[in-house]
Design a protein around this ligand. Structure first.
Ligand code: PHE
Length: 433
């Protein structure tokens, strides 16, 4: 494929990869998973895992893309035609993830407009549950978010994906820093910092370690071919390892800053840090309504969330889009149009599963929860597992000289062949329980 796109520079590649990693996983999911798993001790385990075990599949996925210069199916096929089917699981996972990730994107759009108009809500809990249960409105929101992501991807790598990431990522960092300062200036904010940074070792358990591992994989976008596709657009990057560390460090910094933004505020108002998925949509708006200039702070916060979700949403679509372009030999715009309808077809029932379709259960779960469950607990770790095994045992990546230090390369190889697959298997087994 001669006219495959490539990144304009190493900088744009890194910013775009960070854009993929930093998303709802950091600002919405990380604080509430941390809140449910004991705070500081979870953070310690998370940092340990993300800088060791997660480094391996991340570099592996980018490297396979860079090496083969193909989209997912082609990349697996060029290693061995027998693996084609495993490659196809990646874009399928992407499409399923898109169908529930974009629903949350739709909720964010609602909160942005709400912050612009007024902030007089009687009961935040029922406001949120009403929002997600209103059928037509919530579907329209999901479709708007989907359309924005599709539109950016349809404009291509240079004029769409790179441009948007180059603007939104610095904006994201600026807003986050500003909100951190606001939160730290609230009364009693030190209680939140204590919760985040003073570990309580009695909360350490296996379940929590797995929660940290699952969160780390999700936030780094490992296991659905997004990074493989991004890696395939790299022209030359002699220091892929350095790029990967930049991605990991930035992603972790964003997650920790999101925690520093949220927990001091939560503790300052004597609210519960472990309120789950509603933390961002119920607890925080309640706080915003009680602080000076709450409307503006709220607006900034939801713009922050929106930027994060868009840059990740784009990467979720780019994988399946590249597959359609290269396998079916169609134009980018055509591929994006097809994807819009396919994702909408899945996303609409998932959006309705909070209200109109709430009685439809798959494995005792609503459609939304089921899609989240099979991708986060099964498909993402399974895809990462297959790719580690293929690279370690079949591609014999050991001889590829990705890391110049022989001993580190040896550890990398052991990690790829044994440690990461075992960790992933545990994640899958525990996740399916
Ligand atoms: N990493 C993104 C986040 O943290 C989510 C994502 C998962 C994006 C998988 C792409 C692929 O929100």
């Amino acid at each position: 494929m001669d006219n495959r796109p490539t990144w304009t520079s190493r900088y744009t590649f890194i910013v775009t990869a960070i854009g993929s990693a930093v998303g709802l996983g950091n600002i919405w999911r990380f604080p509430y998973v941390m809140g449910q798993n004991g705070g500081a001790i979870f953070l310690a385990v998370y940092i340990l895992l993300i800088s060791t075990i997660c480094f391996i599949p991340l570099i592996n996925e980018l490297y396979v893309g860079k090496l083969t210069k193909k989209e997912c199916i082609g990349a697996y096929e060029s290693i061995n035609p027998k693996f084609k089917f495993l490659g196809a699981l990646n874009p399928i996972t992407g499409i399923i993830i898109a169908s529930f990730y974009f629903i949350v994107g739709g909720w964010i759009i609602n909160y942005i407009s709400k912050s612009c108009i007024s902030y007089q809500i009687q009961d935040y809990e029922s406001y949120f549950s009403e929002l997600i249960q209103t059928p037509v409105y919530s579907c329209v929101l999901t479709l708007i978010f989907l359309f924005i992501c599709i539109f950016v991807v349809a404009r291509g790598i240079k004029n769409g994906i790179e441009k948007v990431n180059k603007i939104l990522m610095p904006l994201l960092a600026l807003i986050l820093l500003f909100l951190v300062i606001v939160s730290l200036n609230l009364p009693n904010s030190e209680k939140g910092l204590e919760y985040m940074f003073k570990p309580d070792f009695s909360k350490l358990n296996f379940q929590m370690v797995l929660a940290a591992l699952g969160q780390a994989f999700f936030t780094l976008s490992i296991g659905m071919g997004a990074l493989l596709t991004y890696g395939s657009y790299i022209k030359e990057d002699k220091s892929l390892v350095k790029s990967v560390y930049t991605i990991i460090i930035s992603d972790t910094a964003f997650a920790i800053l999101a925690g520093i933004m949220i927990f001091p505020a939560v503790f300052s108002f004597n609210l519960e840090p472990n309120s789950g998925a509603g933390l961002v949509f119920v607890t925080l708006p309640r706080i915003f309504s009680q602080i000076p200039c709450g409307n503006i702070v709220s607006l900034l916060f939801f713009i922050l969330l929106f930027c994060a979700a868009i840059t990740s949403g784009i990467s979720i679509i780019e994988g399946p889009c590249a597959t359609l372009i290269e396998r079916c030999k169609i134009s980018r715009v055509k591929a994006c149009t097809i994807l819009f309808f396919v994702i909408a077809l899945l996303a609409i029932p998932a959006t309705l599963s909070f209200g109109t379709l709430s009685n439809i259960k798959i494995l005792d779960k609503s459609i939304f929860d089921f899609l989240d469950f099979i991708t986060s607990n099964l498909m993402l770790p399974l895809n990462a597992l297959f790719l580690c095994l293929i690279s370690g045992w079949y591609l014999k990546i050991k001889s590829h000289n990705i890391i110049s230090n022989k001993f580190v390369m040896f550890l990398f190889d052991i990690g790829l062949k044994f440690v990461v697959p075992i960790a992933l298997l545990c994640l899958i087994i525990m996740g399916l329980k």
